[in-house]
Design a binder for this molecule. Structure first.
Ligand SMILES: Nc1nc2c(ncn2[C@@H]2O[C@H](COP(=O)(O)OP(=O)(O)OP(=O)(O)O)[C@@H](O)[C@H]2O)c(=O)[nH]1
Length: 429
């Protein structure tokens, strides 16, 4: 039984026996060849578009973008070579095009692995690629078989698609969940499609004529293949964008010197806690503190040492408070800690603990010269109906009193209302 064969394949460059029907426009060209050529050109155009999109991310320095860009650039070349089958020597349009297309998927894989901070097994990729290409050449110049060439190429592409799918974890982070889920599902689906394709061609190679409509099957696989690189690239772009957004949000929410919450993040957290406390009636305490005579530290030991003091202050403060307590740097040498569900007595105790932890010297001692520092702390309890600004202002006034009272001490803000949740006026020194 003679069987119709695929005439142009993006993975093998095959141009087998012509299969009817032919197009009305060009009698010499069958509908399958024309369809395959159109699919190749569409895929090429999509790779060019993806290349342009990825180029917009070049300056982002997101790890993986370089490999994804290279993959799409090489894919354009490979696809044009596939499309030039018949017009250029076979060595270019079969071995050359297939070799480049293997590099394309290998680069996509390497890009995802590097993006995720995972190792890339370069030696294995090289061996797998060379074996596959060797198979293509052997079943071209030796026993000429499009089917076996297709099985060989599909195995390499399928394995790497499945490996990409297995490498990408669905992130718990809301920003990354959709991009990672999309990439994982797309890679696993493409890997499976390559597997099915390899299986169909393996059966056809083993038992010729099993499938009557191979040219049509080939077109279906090609249509799926058209989506492969753009789908993987789309996932890559989404993952890169999510990472850029996450980095921007992290930079906006954290003080770059100390790692404490930025003023913006602290305000947002304070507003949420303020609304919660006003709604539930649970106590909310605010500690405002400022390094004593910090200018002297800078002037005597330099800004580098001053910076180290600020970093150490944040570390020690975090150790002195609970996980749920929120520490922010409001600016310069001024910090704040918000203590949810904390009553006045506990807030004063925490403030005293923080003060004692920060009545210390920088470690390790810089250049053999001890750098001692202390802080002054103002404490205020939120009162019913009080605005956040009011709470901040009362804590600030208490801090001012602590400074005026001699520094290195804790002062509680007086109550606004006689029966409000308030701290004693007395300084805790
Ligand atoms: N090293 C360093 N110094 C900073 C930073 N931000 C602000 N400062 C310095 O902090 C010092 C604050 O000085 P002052 O406002 O006079 O306060 P102080 O010397 O701590 O005095 P009191 O608050 O009254 O005890 C200034 O010298 C600022 O240059 C920073 O990020 N790093």
């Amino acid at each position: 039984m003679t069987r119709p064969r695929a005439e142009v394949s993006p993975d093998t460059g095959d141009r087998g026996a012509a299969a009817p029907p032919t197009t009305g426009l060009c009698p010499a060209m069958s509908i399958h060849v024309l369809s395959a050529l159109i699919l190749l050109l569409v895929t090429t155009a999509m790779s060019v578009v993806m290349l342009l999109v990825l180029t917009s991310l070049k300056a982002s320095r997101v790890v993986g973008v370089k490999e994804w860009r290279q993959a799409n650039a090489i894919a354009v070349l490979a696809l044009l070579l596939f499309a030039a089958r018949g017009a250029l020597p076979d060595l270019l349009t079969i071995e050359g095009a297939n070799g480049l297309f293997l590099v394309t998927i290998a680069l996509m894989y390497a890009g995802f692995r590097r993006h995720l901070g995972l190792p890339v097994q370069g030696a294995r990729l090289l061996v797998g690629g060379l074996l596959t290409l060797g198979g293509v050449a052997a079943f071209h110049y030796g026993l000429d078989s499009i089917e076996v060439r297709t099985v060989s190429v599909s195995m390499f592409h399928g394995t790497l698609c499945l490996a990409i799918g297995a490498s990408v974890p669905v992130s718990a982070d809301a920003r990354l969940r959709y991009p990672t889920l999309f990439t994982k599902v797309a890679a696993l689906a493409l890997g499976t499609a390559h597997g099915v394709r390899g299986l169909v061609y393996a059966i056809e190679a083993w038992m010729p004529g099993t499938f009557d409509a191979m040219p049509t099957y080939n077109l279906v696989f090609m249509a799926l293949g058209t989506l492969a690189l753009p789908a993987l690239t789309l996932g890559a772009v989404m993952m890169a964008n999510a990472r850029i957004l996450a980095a921007a949000a992290h930079a906006a929410d954290h003080d770059h010197l100390t790692g404490a919450a930025s003023r913006r993040a602290f305000s947002a957290f304070a507003e949420r806690e303020h609304a919660r406390a006003q709604g539930s009636g649970s106590p909310l305490a605010l500690l405002l503190f400022d390094v004593d005579h910090f200018k002297r530290i800078n002037d005597s030991h330099g800004h580098g040492v001053g910076d180290r003091v600020l970093r150490e202050i944040v570390e020690r403060t975090r150790e002195a408070v609970r996980e749920v307590d929120y520490c922010g740097r409001l600016g310069g040498e001024e910090f704040a800690v918000l203590l949810p569900d904390t009553d006045a007595a506990a807030a004063l105790a925490v403030a005293e603990r923080v003060r004692a932890a920060l009545d210390t010297a920088l470690e390790p001692v810089p250049a053999g010269q001890a750098v001692c520092y202390t802080v002054s702390i103002g404490v205020a309890m939120l009162e019913e109906g009080e605005a956040l600004d009011g709470l901040m202002a009362r804590a600030d006034a208490a801090l001012y009193k602590a400074k005026a009272g001699g520094r290195n001490r804790v002062v509680g803000a007086p109550a606004l209302h006689p029966h409000g949740r308030a701290l004693p006026v007395k300084a805790q020194d």
